[in-house]
Design a protein around this ligand. Structure first.
Ligand SMILES: Nc1ncnc2c1ncn2[C@@H]1O[C@H](COP(=O)(O)OP(=O)(O)OP(=O)(O)O)[C@@H](O)[C@H]1O
Ligand SMILES: [Mg+2]
Length: 475
């Protein structure tokens, strides 16, 4: 339930209850007042009639007095008036409607009022000369009381309804402005923070707790943003360090690879210097020197490019090109280790939206690991395709929007107990100084940043296949 509605209800229910309880007591008081009025009227009438009845009884006898009473009874339609005897054995017409025990106070000269069967009966004592105690009974229907109660209840209900509506409208309006709207803004802001947007939000110009909360959220966003930027810087430094480590590993292959062009250059330069190459031959030698120098420059530039700190830029990437660049980088170390690298890219693969240098880093790390796993040489196969369905490791999700880049080696394979730790930072089975254990952790981070995942299939003694899955470009 919305907070505003809850607040309104919390406010509304007790107020309406209080008003309703007050209304209930109001109606009850009205009822008591009505009955007290009837009783007071009975007392006045009873006392007047008592005086008249006693007078007539004394002067004209009982029959006349009773007929005067009957006459009065008929004239006053609202009230039934009777002369009742309080002694047991009285004729039935004179027996009071109320039991004699209840009429005991009459003996002390007090009036008695009794409510039963929807009527109010009042008894006024009659002390007559030479007669036992008797009384005048005035009995009146309380039917009209229902109408009084009905009118009072209606009046109170109308008041309760009016108060309820007024409270509801005011509380909903005020609650919406003071609570609902600012809380909605805070929720939106929290959602943005949750999705990684640490920008600050406008703070309401008020000095209540919600404005304080908005201010605190902004302060938190500034800190989170700073921490996030620091984390990104640290990650990039780590990735850069990993690239430099890879460059170090590739350098031995490069040194080997540079040997041939350097030899050619040395021989050609020497032949020119010693005057053995003249005219056309000298031109050929110089051209050959220039070609070999260009080849060396390219080899070194590839490595330097790879070592450069990357930017977070993502562009449309041709899978074939990234694979070719990574294979070129690793080719010298692979050749040195008597390893052939085969490439198999499925035709018609869509482009990827990715960070080129980072993707190259992933493939290069996997290729270097493959090379390291094959001390006796062999073949490493790097392939790319778009599987119809790929299940996400550790979940039941199946994705159909992925491009798969696989590096398959014929190396040592990975022991079962190591499989779960491969992507942990600093997990390595290599000797100190050979492996840092960062390569696969960096691959994992980069691929996850791109919305993809890596899985591994490995058999000890047969080899391993690392498959990088990346989402196709949707634009
Ligand atoms: N293709 C592979 N064949 C066999 N084992 C592998 C393969 N790739 C990775 N491993 C295992 O996973 C471990 C971690 O690999 P990772 O690339 O993260 O670190 P590393 O190669 O040891 O060091 P570096 O950080 O220098 O790459 C390796 O030490 C190795 O035991
Ligand atoms: Mg490695």
């Amino acid at each position: 339930m919305r907070l505003t509605v809850k607040l309104v209800l919390w406010f509304f229910v007790p107020v309406v209850l209080a008003v309703a309880v007050n209304a209930f007591y109001g109606v009850r008081a009205e009822l008591e007042r009505f009955e007290a009025d009837v009783a007071a009227r009975h007392v006045v009438m009873g006392r007047v009639l008592r005086a008249a009845f006693s007078e007539v009884l004394d002067t004209d006898g009982e029959t006349r007095a009773v007929s005067v009473l009957d006459y009065t009874d008929k004239r006053i339609r609202l009230v039934d008036i009777r002369w009742v005897h309080l002694e047991p054995g009285a004729p039935s017409a004179r027996v009071p409607a109320v039991s004699l025990d209840r009429l005991a106070p009459l003996r002390l000269g007090q009036d008695v009022h009794e409510k039963a069967d929807g009527r109010l009966r009042s008894y006024v004592p009659l002390f007559l000369q030479d007669r036992p105690l008797s009384a005048l009974e005035l009995s009146e229907s309380l039917d009209s009381e229902r109408a009084v109660v009905g009118a009072a209840v209606f009046r109170e209900l109308r008041a309760v309804a009016a108060i309820a509506i007024a409270i509801g409208v005011v509380a909903a309006g005020v609650g919406g402005v003071l609570v609902g709207h600012p809380v909605r803004l805070l929720v939106e802001h929290a959602r943005r923070v949750g999705s990684g947007d640490f920008s600050i939000a406008a703070v309401p110009r008020r000095s209540d707790e919600l404005a304080d909360l908005a201010r605190e959220m902004n302060a938190m966003c500034l800190q989170l943003g700073e921490a996030h930027r620091a984390k990104l810087r640290a990650i990039e430094q780590l990735r850069h360090a990993d690239r430099l480590t890879t460059v170090g590993k590739l350098a031995s292959g490069l040194a080997h690879e540079l040997g041939t062009p350097l030899n050619v250059i040395t021989l050609r330069a020497r032949s020119i210097a010693q005057g053995r190459a003249e005219g056309e031959r000298a031109v050929d030698a110089a051209r050959s020197i220039a070609e070999q120098a260009t080849r060396m420059t390219n080899l070194v530039r590839q490595l330097l490019d790879f070592a450069r700190p990357s930017t977070p830029l993502r562009t449309l990437i041709d899978v074939r090109e990234v694979i070719a660049r990574s294979v070129d980088l690793v080719a010298p170390v692979a050749a040195k280790a008597r390893i052939r690298v085969e490439t198999d890219v499925a035709p018609g693969l869509p482009a990827l939206r990715a960070n080129g240098p980072q993707l190259e880093q992933v493939l290069t790390n996997l290729l270097v690991n493959a090379v390291h796993s094959m001390p006796d040489g062999g073949t490493v196969r790097i392939s790319a395709d778009a599987p119809a369905a790929a299940s996400v490791p550790g979940s039941t999700t199946v994705r159909h929007d992925l491009i798969r880049l696989s590096v398959k080696d014929e190396g040592t394979g990975i022991a079962e107990e190591n499989l779960a730790h491969l992507f942990e930072p600093f997990f390595t089975t290599k000797e100190v100084g050979v492996g840092t254990g960062l390569g696969l952790a960096v691959c994992y981070g980069i691929v996850r940043d791109h919305g993809g995942f890596i899985d591994v299939v490995s058999t000890v003694g047969e080899g391993s296949t690392f498959s990088v899955h990346l989402p196709k470009d949707r634009s």
